[in-house]
Design a protein around this ligand. Structure first.
Ligand SMILES: [Mg+2]
Length: 339
């Protein structure tokens, strides 16, 4: 039986309950693969920071669709093989590679009548507590955002180049949630050791990506674990993490899907690094795949689907900052529309 694929671009509107208010909508690309009547779903959330656009991802996937017609999925090894062999057609788009890879994992698991977590990790999926992010905010906005996250277990606070820790203190005083701070590359020239001591005193658990990629953080004096995000994009980057960071943030759409994310997980563990899995603004299709990786990471930051309106998929159920696994096979996500 042969593989067929369909690609479409959707515009789920972003809700911006708590952050990222500068975007009114997201343009994500969805892939549907089919073999013998069994359907797999995948998604890309192209991000301009990584020079990706929905149009480029869409056209790359159209090319790959032709190529896929001569392939079929018999076992899970075939997914890894396709991941490598289709790259010349998708290059340089890791987002396109991610969308296709996730769809093929979904399909491979459904063909075996099991979940992707069981197929990839040999374990049943457990609920995942996820960070929910508070973007850079005015004091007035902050109060509303903290109230919205009442009872949530994990809160990540974005910090700009001013390294304003008052916002972090403000959140700390109003919640018992575990806290992390993401500086999104903005702290060049700052005294990271002093800032890390201040954050540790406030009770923050870790700091994410204080400096731009290329500027190494000096961990020796840091009072907190430091995670790489923009400095750790693909599998090969993991080799450069030890000594520079305590761990790294895996994002499926940065690295090219579940196949490389699983490899990053294995390598990170071998190197004794800490790991988290993150997301962009994405639907429950991509979040369901991230939740598979979250089964074995130290932290999850998978609030993307919660932040969008018009989620075209039903998947892991978000309740007060915890994602609960569905009982369906594959990724466990189902299109809400005709799909
Ligand atoms: Mg980040």
């Amino acid at each position: 039986m042969k593989l067929t694929s369909e690609i479409r671009t959707l515009h789920p509107r972003a809700v911006f309950r708590i952050s990222r208010g500068h975007r009114a909508e997201v343009r994500n690309v969805f892939v549907r693969v089919e073999q013998g009547g069994v359907v797999g779903h995948g998604e890309a959330s192209p991000n301009a920071f990584y020079a990706e656009s929905a149009d480029d991802v869409n056209s790359k996937l159209q090319c790959a669709g032709e190529w896929l017609r001569d392939r079929s999925i018999r076992d899970v090894e075939e997914v890894g093989l396709i991941w490598r062999e289709v790259w010349p057609l998708l290059e340089p788009s890791r987002a396109a590679q991610c969308a296709l890879d996730i769809a093929l994992w979904d399909l491979a698991a459904k063909l075996r009548g099991m979940s992707v977590a069981e197929l990839a990790l040999g374990e049943k999926a457990r609920p995942v507590a996820t960070f929910c992010t508070i973007g850079i905010s005015t004091r007035e906005e902050l109060a509303g955002k903290v109230a919205e996250l009442a009872g949530f277990p994990l809160i990540k606070i974005k910090a700009g180049k001013e390294a304003d820790l008052d916002a972090v203190r403000f959140v700390r005083e109003r919640t018992n949630a575990r806290l992390a701070v993401d500086a999104n590359c903005a702290w060049s020239g700052r005294d990271l050791n002093a800032l890390s001591r201040e954050l540790a005193a406030i009770g923050v658990e870790f700091l994410e990506q204080p400096l731009p990629p290329g500027e190494a953080a000096d961990l020796r004096g840091s009072a907190l674990p430091i995670f790489a995000d923009e400095s750790c994009v693909v599998r090969e980057d993991v080799e450069r993490i030890p000594g520079k960071f305590s761990g790294f943030n895996i994002k499926l759409v940065k690295c090219g899907g579940l196949t490389p994310a699983l490899a990053m997980l294995r390598r990170g563990r071998e190197l004794g690094l800490r790991m988290m899995v993150g997301c962009m603004l994405e639907s429950s299709a991509l979040i369901s795949a991230g939740a598979v990786i979250a089964q074995q990471t130290d932290y999850a930051d998978l609030d993307g689907a919660w932040l969008i309106r018009d989620d075209p998929f039903r998947g892991w159920k978000f309740e007060s900052g915890v994602l609960h696994p569905p009982t369906l096979s594959g990724l466990g996500c189902d299109p809400i529309e005709n799909g």
